[in-house]
Design a protein around this ligand. Structure first.
Ligand SMILES: [Zn+2]
Length: 310
């Protein structure tokens, strides 16, 4: 699609993404995150990408990748570029880690969870373990006290501005600590891989569930350390089951029904407070998405952390 140079909205670069991990099939909560990021991207004339975060084989469920992609297809949530699989990108992550090692921003560590329990599980400053050549496996941790260009850093406190949730603040010592970027079992940590892939894919806007807001400042620190730009963040509320627990794969939220996608799409638009008209209930998947893009207003989700699933 060509856009005129005078059309300002079309000229705002926008690349968004949805990045599921194949630990189970998509459920209603994951549809909300996928749909919100899709509608936000397309309503800005942007691109929307799918990335498979398949970095943790022990936690993966057989056929989960196929089921997730089948569900996204059924809901017509198509990636605008070929799907990226994190399991194929180890060399790229290693190159970034090598840069962090060279710049003294990470350090090797063998501290066990048990050793860290005495400090509330947060690794801050001194290592509680000694690295020697007899230790075959160690993790790489990011030194959270590294100098950083984080614009909203004051003493021990760091913060960022979320488009929906406003200023979000954490303490380096009590909330963040020296976090793992490569695990002792040699698997890549989610934080590092995500930051590198967002950069390489040119992601400008991250729209995801508020359950991930805790990770954002760690990701901002890595972006600063690797000299990557920071995307904009909008954390949408999470859907809760009747017992108040977040819908998640861990608490066995039911897999999305693929036999009747329009029913769930209408409910998802409604849950996202877009007020879909009753007559849209009988529309096709394509028409619902077009309506959603044309009417998308993310601001109605401001300052909401959770609401009951419909
Ligand atoms: Zn340590």
């Amino acid at each position: 699609m060509q856009s005129s140079s005078h059309d300002t909205t079309a000229n705002i670069p926008y690349i968004g993404r949805f990045a599921p991990s194949p630990t189970g099939p998509l459920h209603f909560g994951s549809l909300l995150a996928a749909l919100a990021s899709y509608l936000d991207a397309h309503s800005h004339g942007g691109k929307w990408l799918i990335r498979m975060e398949d970095l943790d084989p022990p936690r993966e469920m057989p056929n989960a990748q196929e089921r997730i992609l089948e569900a996204l297809d059924t809901y017509h949530l198509f990636s605008d570029e070929p799907i990226v699989y994190q399991s194929q990108r180890s060399d790229i992550y290693q190159q970034a880690l090598d840069r962090l090692i060279k710049n003294n921003l990470v350090f090797p560590c063998t501290c066990s969870r048990k050793q860290l329990n005495v400090v509330n599980g947060i690794h801050f400053g001194n290592c509680y373990s000694v690295i020697d050549s007899n230790v075959p496996a160690f993790a790489w941790r990011f030194n959270c006290q590294s100098p950083t260009r984080l614009s909203l850093k004051q003493g021990d406190k760091v913060s960022f501005q979320d488009m929906l949730q406003g200023e979000f603040q954490q303490s380096l010592q009590q909330d963040i600590g020296d976090f793992v970027v490569k695990r002792k079992d040699q698997l890549w940590a989610y934080q590092l891989a995500m930051v590198i892939d967002d950069y390489h894919q040119g992601v400008t806007h991250v729209v995801r569930g508020i359950d991930l807001i805790d990770s954002t400042l760690r990701q901002n620190m890595l972006q600063a350390a690797l000299n990557y730009p920071e995307p904009n963040y909008a954390h949408i509320p999470v859907a809760c089951a009747a017992n108040g627990q977040k819908l998640s794969k861990q608490n066995l939220a039911p897999a999305l029904d693929l036999s009747n996608p329009t029913k769930n799409l209408w409910l998802a638009l409604s849950w996202l407070r877009q007020k879909p008209p009753e007559k849209l209930r009988t529309a096709s998947v394509k028409e619902m998405l077009e309506w959603g893009i044309a009417h998308w207003d993310i601001k109605v989700l401001s300052n909401i952390q959770s609401q009951a699933a419909i």
